[in-house]
Design a protein around this ligand. Structure first.
Ligand code: COA
Length: 320
C-alpha cells in the first residue's frame, strides 16, 4: 500500500511586496536581492491567517481529489507560525472544511515541515490506519520577520499549499530524513505569540547566520537526494522533477550542479513568493500540477531543509 497525491491546492495573500518597496525601509536594493537570492517579490498577509490560507489550499486539494470532506481520515498541518498555540491549525482547518471524521494535528519542523508531514502521512497509509490524508503547509512568516534586519527580511513570504494523499495498491518508496539539534543556533525564533485581535503580537524574531545556513543547505540537500535514491535503488536520471524547498535560487542551482543534473528539472517559483517555509514545496507542486507540467507516472523528489537543523527527501510517483 502506498499514498498517491490526487489533489493539490495553494493560497497566497493578495498583497505583493516587491524588492523596491523593501529597499524603502532597509538598506538594500532590488539588484542585490535578485543576485544573492533570486527573490523578486513576496506575498504579505493582511486579512489572511495561517488557518484561512491552509483551509483554502486544503479545499482546492480535496475538490481536485473528488472526495467529500467526510472521507478525510487525517489532517496534518505543517506550520511554524500558527495563529494560536491551540487549538491546533489542523483542527481549525477541519472545522472550516467540515472534515468531521479526521484526526488533526500540527507539525513544526520549520522549512522541513511539509516534507516530514508527507512522510508521516505515508507511514499512516502504509500501516493501513488511514486511507485519505490532507497535508497542508501554511505560514504567516511576515509576523516573525524582523523588518529592520536586511539579512533576513528580504528572504521570507507568506502562503499555504496542500496535497490530498490517498491509499492505493503500489510500491511504497522509502523516505530519508535527518535532524541535527546541535546546528540549531544557525536559524532560530525563540518565541512567538501568534495572532491576537487581528494583530501579530510578536515576542521575538527570526535570527539567522545566513552563510552557515547557506553552506548547510548546499551540502545537505544533494546528500539527502543521493540517500533517498540509494534507498530506493534509483539514479538521478530516473527522476523527472526535483521539487526543492524554495529558499534561495543559488541553493537550488548549487544542488543541481552537485547532482550533475540539468537545472530545467529543478522548477522554481521563489522569485514570486520568497521563502514560504513549510508552504514552499506544496505551492510549487500545485503550480506544476495546475499548469499541466506533471504527467502521470513521472517520478518526483521532494527535498526539504531548514531550522532544527533538519533535512530530508522523498521519492514519489505522480498520480493525477
Ligand atoms: N542588501 C544589501 N547588502 C546586504 C544585505 C541586503 N539585503 N544583506 C546582507 N548584506 C551585506 C552584508 O552586510 C555584507 O556586507 P559586508 O561584506 O560589508 O559585511 C555583505 O552583504 C555580504 O553578506 P553575506 O551575509 O556574506 O551575504 P551572502 O552572499 O551570504 O547572502 C544571504 C546573504 C542571507 C542571502 C545568504 O547567506 C542566504 O541566502 N543564506 C541562506 C538563508 C536561507 O536560505 N535561510 C532559510 C533556510 S530554510
Amino acid at each position: 500500500m502506498t499514498g498517491v497525491i490526487c489533489g493539490t491546492g495553494a493560497c497566497v495573500p493578495e498583497r505583493i511586496l516587491d524588492n523596491n518597496e523593501v529597499a524603502e525601509f532597509v538598506d538594500t536594493s532590488d539588484q542585490w536581492i535578485r543576485e544573492r537570492t533570486g527573490v523578486e517579490q513576496r506575498r504579505i498577509a493582511r486579512e489572511e491567517t495561517t488557518v484561512s490560507m491552509a483551509a483554502e489550499a486544503g479545499r482546492q486539494a480535496v475538490e481536485e481529489a473528488g472526495i467529500s470532506p467526510e472521507d478525510i481520515d487525517m489532517i496534518i498541518t505543517a506550520t511554524a507560525t500558527p495563529d494560536q498555540i491551540f487549538p491546533c491549525t489542523a483542527c481549525e482547518v477541519q472545522k472550516e472544511l467540515g472534515a468531521v471524521r479526521a484526526v488533526c494535528f500540527d507539525m513544526n519542523a520549520a522549512c522541513s515541515g511539509f516534507l516530514f508531514a508527507y512522510q508521516t502521512a505515508q507511514a499512516y497509509i502504509a500501516s493501513g490506519i488511514c486511507r485519505n490524508i490532507l497535508i497542508t503547509g501554511s505560514e504567516r512568516l511576515s509576523g516573525i520577520v524582523d523588518w529592520k534586519d536586511r539579512g533576513t527580511c528580504i528572504l521570507f513570504g507568506d502562503g499555504a499549499g496542500a496535497a490530498l494523499i490517498r491509499a492505493k495498491e503500489g510500491k511504497q518508496y522509502l523516505p530519508f530524513a535527518c535532524s541535527d539539534g546541535t546546528g540549531g543556533p544557525a536559524l532560530t525564533c525563540p518565541g512567538y505569540a501568534g495572532k491576537q485581535d487581528g494583530d501579530q503580537k510578536v515576542i521575538s524574531h527570526i535570527s539567522m547566520d545566513g552563510r552557515e545556513v547557506f553552506q548547510f543547505a548546499v551540502r545537505r540537500v544533494p546528500e539527502a537526494v543521493r540517500e533517498v535514491l540509494k534507498k530506493n535503488d534509483l539514479k538521478t536520471e530516473d527522476i523527472d522533477w526535483f521539487v526543492l524547498h524554495q529558499a534561495n535560487q543559488r541553493i537550488v542551482e548549487a544542488a543541481a550542479k552537485r547532482l550533475k543534473t540539468e537545472i530545467e528539472k529543478f522548477p522554481m517559483n521563489l522569485q514570486k513568493y520568497g521563502n514560504t517555509s513549510s508552504a514552499s514545496i506544496p505551492i510549487l507542486l500545485n503550480e506544476l500540477n495546475r499548469s499541466g507540467k506533471l504527467k502521470k507516472g513521472q517520478k518526483l523528489i521532494l527535498a526539504g531543509f531548514g531550522a532544527g537543523l533538519s533535512w530530508g527527501a522523498s521519492v514519489l510517483e505522480w498520480g493525477i
